[in-house]
Each structure stands twice: as structure tokens, then as C-alpha cells.
Design a protein around this ligand. Structure first.
Ligand code: C2O
Ligand code: CU
Ligand code: CU
Length: 465
């Protein structure tokens, strides 16, 4: 706890100093903001068009992309708990698409799963309410049958911030860091391998990684901080397959939140593992000297089978530079030791336990079939799911529609209850989580979030009714 003053501060007193929903400054790293048609009311009405575009993703080179409202990543959607959202989507792509609101607890018809494709030239209006208590960082991306990896790789993904009108954290400068990676040919075109080639085979096995890592639309950006200042970083792993093991040279990080929002207690860590689809919220305290620099790196992380490891897997990658201004240090501020209450879902309430076995491209021995229901649950039920990875590489497991609480990983209890929608299963690892299907009947996907694996059919259907 060297750098953090974690007194048990009064949460209500802290939140009283937050005026309005905007932080003092928000840095989106190239994400435009999605404009509300009629700002003010608790209704947020926005337009999204998915279409082809030419963009300069790499300096000086033009790429043919798929873009939301002409930008890659798509625009940032910022809303407040309780808001009603109306999102008019038009599909100007040459193929069917959907938009899935990853992590949000919303009705089935609005889930943007493969059950509700929007055909080329078609439109769809997603309408849902942002639940109370769901403040956090989420994201949106296409989820059409068999085409998720391709469409996300072509540029379709964007970040969502849900704000709490009584945010327990003091107002801090914010950075929204949407991490993605891509692969390009010399002419700037996005490089997808030809079917049947060795590269295609490796992409099928590992999921397609690219050697260019983007933060929003930027490559290796520089963030500035003043000595002593505390910043709030929201990080989204929007990569189809790359898992990031993040560390900031010479700094500890205060891990304050995960997929479904803030923790009860902040946790000081030296590094963070961020699997595909996951989000984290971190506080970074400027403990460096004025004028100094530190680099946020992705450290080597072996998520691969021995026969599929890319040559460069163990080279650290630079993600961004943190540059200290020359200004003298500011006074340290206190971060509350309790951010909000998160009650553990009671294990005694669990009606059912299920075992979910992950194999390469399969779940419980089956590949995805839209006409089949794999698991059936009752509306309102509380269940414990045990997910076990039977193979020698990581598979990040994601459930649509419902946030869950991980109970243990490889038998080791989670340190505190927290809300998650994605949990990484390392090679031969297992995890148990508890979930309550408290609303919203429907057919909900659960799948590996390595998008190539999802497209290969490593996805199943849970029917809640
Ligand atoms: Cu982020 Cu089913 O997806
Ligand atoms: Cu999802
Ligand atoms: Cu997988």
C-alpha cells in the first residue's frame, strides 16, 4: 500500500463533490463522441451507421475498413445509469451484421446476437434501459453468425461508459483506452489470410493477432500526468485474440473495477491481465518525478499451445508512454477504501449447478447450432456454473445478458465479490461463478471470446424462460 492512502473514507461525502456526470477532463484517444439527438432528458437517442470507409489507420497509408459513423474505433457512447437508450442502426455494409452491447443487462431482442441479424441495407432500432448499479465500462461490437472476427478486425468496435450520478471516486482526469491490434499488408490494406494457408491455420488455432497495437485510433500515444496527480484509466480489450498483461514501469496500479463496474475495495497490483472482451478500471498515481517518463507495456503472456506459439510471443510490447509535466507535484488526494457495497450472491440460493467443458472449437463437445438449445434455466433462478478448460491454451469465457460473480479459480476463492461478464480460463484451468437470471427471458449466447473460436462454433445457447 506504499503509494495509496486508503482510509475508510465516507463514500457519501466523496460523492457529494462530484458535480454532474463529466470528469474534469476525458481523453478518448481518437474516439469521437456519439451525439445525443436531444440532450438533456433521460433519453439518449443516437444514430449508428455501419459502412465501408477508407481511413488512415497507419500514418500515410489508406485502409479499406468497416466503420461505425466513419470512424475506427466507433464513437464513444456515454450514458448514465437509468437512461433509456434508443439506438438507430443502419447497415450499409455488404453483409449482415448486428451490434452486441457487451456486458449490458438488457432484453434479448436488443442483445444483437446472431438471432437478430440486420441484413445489408437494413435498419434496426435497439432500445433498452441502462440498469441502476451498472455504472462501468462496456463495449459494443458486431455478433453475426461466423463473421465476428472478420467484422471486428475490419474496424467495428466501440466503447461505452455508464456513469453513476453518485460516483464514489473523486473527479479525476480520465483516459479511455480501447486496445485493439491489427495486421496490415504493405499497401495499407487489412491483412486476412487466404483460406488453407499456414497463416490461416495458425489464426484458426490462436485467433488472429496483429503486430500493430492501437490505443483508440492512436499508436503508442503519449499521455501526460502531473507529479502527484491521480488519473482514472478505463481499459477495454477489443482485440479479437490478443491478451494483454499490462504493467506500468515503476508504478503500482490501483485496480478499482472490472467488467461490471467498481469493486467494493480497491486493490493495489503490479500488473493486470486483460483477456478478450474484459475491461478494467485503474487509478494511476503520478509517483514519478516531474519531467520523467514511464511506459505501459504488454508483458509476455503465454496463452498459446506449445505448437502454436508465435515467434515473438515473449517480446514485451509498448502500449503507451506516460510523460510527467515539469510542474511541481500536486498534493496527494485520498481514494476511498470502500467504493460501493457488493453483496455476494448467496450460494445457498443456487438451484442448479452446471458444468461447462471447453475444448478447442467446442463447448460440452458440441459446436454452435442456432437451432439447438444447450442449457435451459428458469427466470429468477440462481445457478453455479463450473467452467473447465480441457485444452492447453487460454479460452476467455463470456456469458451474454447477465453479470456473474466468480467464486473461485482453480479452487482458489476470489478475494472479493465483483461483477464480471467474461472470465479467462487459462490452459487446463477451471473457474466457478454464481449468476442470477433475474430478468429477461431469451436465448443467450455463451462462448469463447477469442473471436475466431467463437466463429468456429465455440459457442452455445442458454435459454432462460
Ligand atoms: Cu463480446 Cu458474445 O460477445
Ligand atoms: Cu457479450
Ligand atoms: Cu477459445
Amino acid at each position: 500500500m506504499a503509494f495509496w492512502t486508503l482510509g475508510i473514507a465516507d463514500v457519501a461525502a466523496q460523492s457529494a463533490i462530484v458535480e454532474g456526470r463529466e470528469p474534469p477532463s476525458i481523453h478518448t484517444h481518437g474516439l469521437p463522441r456519439l451525439e445525443d439527438r436531444a440532450p438533456g432528458a433521460a433519453i439518449v437517442e443516437v444514430d449508428l451507421v455501419a459502412a465501408t470507409a477508407h481511413l488512415e489507420l497507419l500514418p500515410g497509408r489508406s485502409s479499406d475498413v468497416f466503420a461505425y459513423n466513419g470512424s475506427v474505433p466507433g464513437p464513444l457512447l456515454e450514458v448514465t445509469e437509468g437512461d433509456s437508450l434508443i439506438i438507430h442502426v443502419r447497415n450499409d455494409l455488404p453483409e449482415a451484421t448486428t451490434i452486441h452491447w457487451h456486458g449490458l443487462h438488457i432484453p434479448f431482442v436488443a442483445d444483437g446476437s446472431p438471432f437478430h441479424p440486420i441484413e445489408p441495407g437494413g435498419s434496426f432500432t435497439y432500445a433498452f434501459r441502462i440498469p441502476t448499479g451498472s455504472a462501468g465500462t462496456y463495449w459494443y461490437h458486431p455478433h453475426p453468425d461466423h463473421r465476428a472476427a472478420y467484422q471486428v478486425g475490419m474496424g467495428l468496435f466501440g466503447a461505452i461508459i455508464v456513469r453513476d450520478p453518485n460516483d464514489p471516486l473523486p473527479p479525476l482526469a480520465e483516459h479511455v483506452l480501447v486496445l485493439s491490434d491489427n495486421r496490415f499488408r504493405d499497401d495499407g490494406s487489412i491483412d486476412f489470410p487466404e483460406a488453407g494457408t499456414r497463416v490461416a491455420e495458425m489464426d484458426e488455432l490462436n485467433g488472429r493477432e496483429g503486430d500493430v497495437i492501437f490505443v483508440g485510433s492512436e499508436i503508442l500515444p503519449t499521455l501526460s500526468i502531473r507529479a502527484g496527480e491521480v488519473q482514472r484509466w478505463r481499459i477495454v480489450n477489443a482485440s479479437g485474440a490478443r491478451i494483454y498483461r499490462l504493467a506500468l514501469d515503476g508504478h503500482s496500479l490501483l485496480h478499482v473495477g472490472s467488467d461490471g463496474g467498481l469493486f467494493e475495495h480497491p486493490v493495489e497490483v503490479d500488473e493486470i491481465l486483460l483477456a478478450n472482451g474484459e475491461r478494467v478500471e485503474l487509478l494511476v498515481r503520478g509517483t514519478g518525478e516531474p519531467g520523467s517518463r514511464a511506459v505501459l507495456k504488454a508483458l509476455p503472456y503465454d496463452r498459446y499451445m506449445a505448437r502454436g506459439r508465435p515467434d515473438s510471443w515473449n517480446e514485451p510490447r509498448e502500449i503507451l508512454t506516460l510523460r510527467y509535466t515539469d510542474d511541481p507535484p500536486v498534493e496527494p488526494i485520498d481514494i476511498p477504501g470502500v467504493l460501493r457495497r457488493i453483496d455476494a450472491l448467496p450460494i445457498a440460493d443456487a438451484d442448479t449447478s452446471r458444468t461447462i467443458l471447453l475444448q478447442q472449437g467446442r463447448i460440452n463437445g458440441k459446436t454452435m447450432d442456432m437451432g439447438r438449445v444447450d442449457e435451459q434455466a428458469s427466470l429468477g433462478a440462481t445457478e453455479i456454473w463450473e467452467v473447465e478448460n480441457l485444452v492447453g491454451m487460454d479460452h476467455p469465457f463470456h456469458l451474454h445478458g447477465f453479470q456473474f460473480q466468480v467464486l473461485d479459480r482453480n479452487g482458489i476463492p476470489e478475494p472479493q465479490p465483483m461483477w464480471k461478464d467474461t472470465v479467462n480460463l487459462p490452459a487446463f484451468g477451471r473457474a466457478r461463478f454464481i449468476v442470477r437470471f433475474d430478468d429477461f427471458a431469451g436465448k443467450w449466447m455463451f462462448h469463447c471470446h477469442i473471436l475466431d473460436h467463437e466463429d468456429q462454433g465455440m459457442m452455445s445457447i442458454l435459454q432462460v424462460e
